[in-house]
Design a protein around this ligand. Sequence first.
Ligand code: FAD
Ligand code: 2HG
Ligand code: ZN
Length: 513
Amino acid sequence: MGSVCRRDWQKKYVGRSRVALKPRTTEQVSELLRYCSSRRLAVVPQGGNTGLVGGSVPVFDEVVISTAAMNRVLHFDEVSGALVAQAGCVLQSLDEFVGQRGFMMPLDLGAKGSCQIGGNVSTGAGGLRLLRYGSLHGSVLGLEVVLPEPLVPTPAPLPRAGAGAGDGLGSGVGGKGSGGDGRVLDLLRTLRKDNTGYDLKQLFIGAEGTLGIVTAVAIQCAPRPASVQVALLACPSFAAVTATLAAARRRLGEVLSAVEFLDTAASTLTTAHLDGVRNPLVAETAGGGVNGGGWGEATGGGGEVTRGSAWSPASSGASGGPFYVLVETHGSDEEHDRQKMERFLEAVMSDGCVADGTLASSEAQAAAIWRLREGIAEALARRGAVYKYDVSLPTSGMYDMVEALRGRLAAGGFGPEAGVAVVGYGHIGDGNLHLNVSAPRYDDVLLGLIEPYVYEFVASRNGSISAEHGIGLMKAGALSYSKGPVAVQLMRAIKAAVDPGGIMNPYKLLPRI
Ligand code: FAD
Ligand code: 2HG
Ligand code: ZN
């Protein structure tokens, strides 16, 4: 087994497993889990291995079950937009598949070229357009999940009304189509409305492989927009960012599809570390100032960026502002949407929320603006060690946390002169901040200054320590900053009921007792 399955995307977590299995069918997954259950062999489900909390890789020598070979589209309904696909389908491939039929996937993220739909469901991924298309808790219509074997045989079911005993009804949790095999939980429906008892599929959205292996997903796709507008704006302060967000909601209403933000540190670092990526609002030679060009057009992302040394103060990004806000609309009428966007831009300009901006006038320009935002994680990974925090906080005071941590680390000797950059960006339209600390190398003293400080800060503002990346191995010990004892107890009870042998992705999500 190569290190590809043992080591995570960040190269931060690595296990010692010698076995990685790649089943093609649900039946094969079922056989594997039956075998592992009978031997009490621990299992790590793995999708595209792009997770950012160490959930998809073994801690010790767990058996890795990869869904990479389960990559078939099973059904697409061109009227309703309901897609049914095996769990190992790569998100981007699915988007291309439904795109040819006039639809789009309801989620999009920077890792789309590698992450799989089963992994997306299992992390409860959010992404770049949750603001418009909602969370997977809304768009997933159905799931098929293989569960680990119960320790004790499941009692025989009661006969159905009107059916004689021994009518061949399968035992256990399986319903329609489970073929009498109690370990295949078949919830693979494409209905928009289905109020028939507990909505069990929700349990597996964000379960991070701790309850079973998702083998197929039914998901509601959205019509592909005929008109897409993308603007990048420069705001002088974070208060101006939140005012711009409020104005975008008010003035762009039903066509608004994304509002993302990045601070100067994130912008500088990304343009310095990714070839061909530039910020069209930053003068290239000055290394930081917002240009005075007014409402220019993006240049398409092909320009050269002046590159400093990786550890120069400029790339360490000591300051927050100016802030850059990406605003996107999805609509059906180009002229109407363009006019709406232009009126919005005029308004935020004239009330001083926005100092400069650019509206993409081609798909290439729109893609170049998105590349600046989507490339941040990759640029950070190239720069060196990264401590990642993915938090939900009340939007208005969200950036306080970045400033507080920046000040704290500088006071502790981990400021820009030590090559440490504290970077803030994220899905501002969803109240989701990505707070990243980039450093030349991992350092326990630095970590001690960051944790538990970050978690305490989030808890003190009633936020969440994981907005969208999940808990995994990284935050299992910190779950109680966001969930009370009764909630954690109930989670443990669910885990014990579904996975009594405790073989599914151990050490992840739940704190160790
Ligand atoms: P993996 O990393 O393989 O697994 C993630 C977790 O799910 C693990 O716990 C694993 O055990 C479990 N799992 C995987 N497949 C299954 C299955 N079939 N059944 C049961 N359990 C399973 N996340 C966001 O939410 N929003 C973003 O905007 C975003 N952007 C990203 C950008 C980049 C560049 C990168 C590298 C990551 C990003 N992520 C983002 C994080 C990550 O891509 C997502 O969490 C993604 O959904 C993980 O999918 P995956 O297939 O790679 O899953
Ligand atoms: C994003 O929104 C991803 O770009 C990654 O969720 C966030 O790297 C991160 O912290
Ligand atoms: Zn994100």
